[in-house]
Design a protein around this ligand. Structure first.
Ligand code: FAD
Length: 685
């Protein structure tokens, strides 16, 4: 435009909601040249999604801001199930733990989306010059298909339009009346987010300066994280498939005044005939009520006709809740946010175009808000994609790994919809009157579903299928979407030996247990070592290295890893730090005081002329002075022979094999990594 050369960026992210910000976070941590734009003039301040599952907290922690969410949020520890008794009066029928004990070092918490977006923004700002450009949206998107396989090309051309302040100011949801209440249904400044004033000032100055202008940029990769109505998806001509009926949910965030005894617990309350409500206790004395509204009027008779949302007000939602919770009383003086949320259960047909333009989050899956999954799964999509794009942009990995984004995440989206479908029926169904009432939902059925659902909802159960970055048995074409993401060249095929670590599941994130640093005896969780910075990890579980057999294997693998032609050397850019691409860690289980740091080969404790030895790569499964014994060998099912484990940069297990299986590791990485000397994919001799 105007004869100016288009700016070139590696990655353009459209949409700065949870999915877009997660992608920007990866790009910031990996040093990738990125722009991120959002059509909204301001970030959101309260309301919307709120539940953070334990896997999401693990991910936040790996970026360094998990503690902020953990401290500020409300922790939900117990779910109470309420059902009608034989007289139709609601009674507590069960209590179950909210997060299954022992699956993670975090438990489910709730905190509003605006704060979560704040943590991302602060983190991105602290380590990069990436800034969300607000009031900016694409108006044209073109992909030059002849260039898609050229790693150095910028095949995507995007025209960005800078909106005026008026255009970028978020609107109330059309058709919803606040009926006299001063509280809006979407965006207003919450008293719990006082630190955004400067942002707003900066944004408005920025908007004024460039309003109504356009610019053209060229990108290597684009992520459409632009929500359920995704413009990027529409440009690509991709569809969402699924149910045509939309459900209407009323959501009310209030400070409740009530005599209901479990208002600070997460509750699922089924009334005999007035419907169901989900109670979510939140930060700042707030409680969220989710109600599937059944009494709204439809405009028109056809199936899937749109509901007249102007009939839904905070009062309608409150009255529905009052009917369900009776004979207990429920009212409020403080209303923080409310919305009517209309949603169908749908999954995108395709998650990428030529592995150049990707879609993530609500742009490729929509479902009900009940199980608190929307924001979590959206962020986890981008968490899956970000490091892959960064590895490819940096020339470390070949473009082949990008295919695994769709194969891994589309299956999760399909599972999510199936889960939501089952859960919806149970949640919205009428409670059974007695054991003969086959149409009604029995208390036991509901409880079982909740318990099973909790494992899925935690995010911990995610199990990625076999591919060139997940070395396990499985039909590589059986990815749920017909995409072949398997090992393309059988010469590189490597399979794990699961019996060497019986509780480490290849394709799942590695469980975390405490270990001690060999050099200073400090305990830390394994996950605390696995920072999200784009690096692959090779962990040698060396066993008891006082045993000459174990010591010999350790020496052997150490020598091979350090050899001039080892894959560590071939795939690490020359001039880069020794752990830029691979971090080599050792965890042994000899008594800490009977072995020394210097008993380990140098590849586990690299030396730097200025910084000396690296003391943060050798650990022991031992008793700490103050925090007990993590028993990591026992908990991961690792025997005396030890093993080696390869972890992807997102902590998912790629490979489990013998401790000194150097050749297998070399083969595995040669399947998708790029030799640095020649600048092209390695060919094994
Ligand atoms: P979004 O959060 O939708 O973010 C998309 C971003 O893209 C937005 O910032 C938008 O402004 C921007 N954008 C859109 N189009 C363009 C464009 N053309 N150009 C540039 N930018 C664009 N989930 C729950 O779990 N519980 C809830 O109670 C709940 N309530 C919700 C209430 C509402 C009103 C909405 C809209 C969603 C709610 N959700 C809830 C869902 C949850 O918020 C989403 O699943 C989650 O935010 C998805 O994240 P995302 O980043 O994919 O999309």
């Amino acid at each position: 435009v105007n004869g100016v050369q288009p700016e070139k960026v590696d990655v353009l992210i459209v949409g700065a909601g949870p999915a877009g910000l997660m992608m920007a976070e990866w790009m910031a941590k990996c040093g990738i040249k990125t722009r991120i734009c959002d059509k909204r003039g301001t970030k959101i301040f309260n309301g919307q999604a709120d539940g953070l599952q334990c896997r999401t907290l693990e991910i936040f922690d790996s970026f360094g801001f998990g503690h902020r969410a953990w401290i500020e949020s409300n922790h939900m520890l117990e779910i109470c199930l309420w059902n009608p008794d034989k007289d139709g009066i609601i009674r507590r029928s069960d209590r179950i733990p909210d997060t299954i004990p022992g699956i993670s070092r975090f438990q489910q918490v709730v905190l509003h989306q605006g704060r979560i977006e704040r943590f991302f923004l602060d983190s991105i700002e602290s380590c990069s010059d990436i800034r969300v450009e607000r009031g900016v949206m694409p108006s044209k998107l073109e992909l030059n298909q002849t260039l898609v396989e050229d790693n150095d090309a910028y095949p995507i051309t995007v025209t960005l339009r800078h909106l005026s302040e008026e255009e970028a100011t978020p609107q109330q949801q059309t058709g919803i009346s606040t009926n006299g209440t001063s509280v809006m249904d979407g965006l207003f400044r919450s008293n719990i987010a006082p630190d955004d004033t400067q942002d707003l000032l900066n944004d408005s100055a920025h908007l004024n300066g460039k309003a109504n202008t356009e610019e053209v940029i060229q990108a290597k990769y684009v992520l459409g994280a632009d929500g359920a109505h995704s413009w990027v998806r529409n440009q690509l001509g991709f569809k969402l498939e699924g149910e045509s009926t939309d459900y209407i949910w009323g959501v009310l965030d209030i400070v409740p005044i009530t005599d209901f005894p479990d208002i600070r617990m997460r509750c699922a309350i089924h009334s005999a005939s007035a419907g169901s409500v989900m109670v979510i206790p939140r930060e700042n004395k707030l409680v969220r009520l989710y109600i599937q509204l059944t009494t709204t009027e439809k405009i028109g008779d056809s199936a899937g006709a749109r509901v007249d949302r102007s009939k839904i007000t905070p009062q309608t939602i409150l009255q529905a809740a009052q009917r369900i919770i009776a004979p207990y009383k429920l009212d409020y003086r403080k209303l923080d946010w409310w919305t009517a949320y209309q949603i169908g259960q749908r999954v995108g047909t395709q998650f990428s175009s030529h592995e150049r333009i990707f879609l993530a989050g609500d742009a490729v899956h929509t479902h009900s808000p009940k199980a608190g999954q929307g924001m979590n799964v959206s962020m986890q999509d981008a968490y899956n994609l970000g490091w892959k794009v960064a590895n490819v942009v940096k020339g470390i990995a070949s473009r082949d790994i990008l295919k695994t984004y769709q194969s891994e995440r589309r299956r999760i989206a399909q599972d999510l919809i199936a889960f939501d479908h089952r859960f919806s029926r149970l949640f919205s169904g009428r409670p059974a009157k007695d054991v003969m009432d086959e149409e009604g939902i029995s208390i036991q059925e509901f409880k079982n579903a909740f318990e099973k659902g909790n494992m899925f909802a935690s995010g911990i159960a995610v199990d990625y299928g076999s591919s060139l970055i997940v070395a396990k048995q499985g039909n590589s074409t059986d990815q749920g979407d017909g995409t072949d993401v398997g090992v393309h060249n059988p010469d590189y095929q490597v399979l794990s030996i699961p019996t060497l670590a019986t509780k480490v599941e290849v394709g799942k994130r590695i469980p975390s247990h405490k270990i001690l640093n060999q050099s200073d005896a400090r305990p830390s969780h394994l996950h605390e070592l696995l920072r999200s910075n784009g690096r692959w990890r090779i962990i040698t579980f060396a066993g008891d290295i006082r045993d000459p057999v174990q010591a010999a294997k350790l020496k052997n693998v150490g020598t091979k890893l350090a050899a001039p032609n080892s894959f560590l050397k071939r795939f690490t850019p020359s001039g880069g730090r020794y752990d830029d691409v691979f971090e080599v860690l050792a965890i042994h289980n000899a008594p800490r005081t009977q072995v020394s740091f210097f008993d380990f080969p140098e590849v586990y404790r690299n030396f730097d002329e200025i910084e000396g030895w690296d003391y943060w790569k050798i650990f022991v499964d031992g008793q700490s002075y103050h925090e007990g014994h993590g028993q990591i060998y026992e908990n991961l099912g690792i025997g005396p022979a030890g093993c080696s484990v390869v972890l992807r940069p997102d902590q998912y297990v790629s490979y489990v094999g013998p401790m000194d299986a150097y050749d297998e590791l070399d083969k595995f990485f040669s399947g998708f990594m790029v030799t640095q000397e020649k600048g092209k994919k390695v060919v094994l001799s």
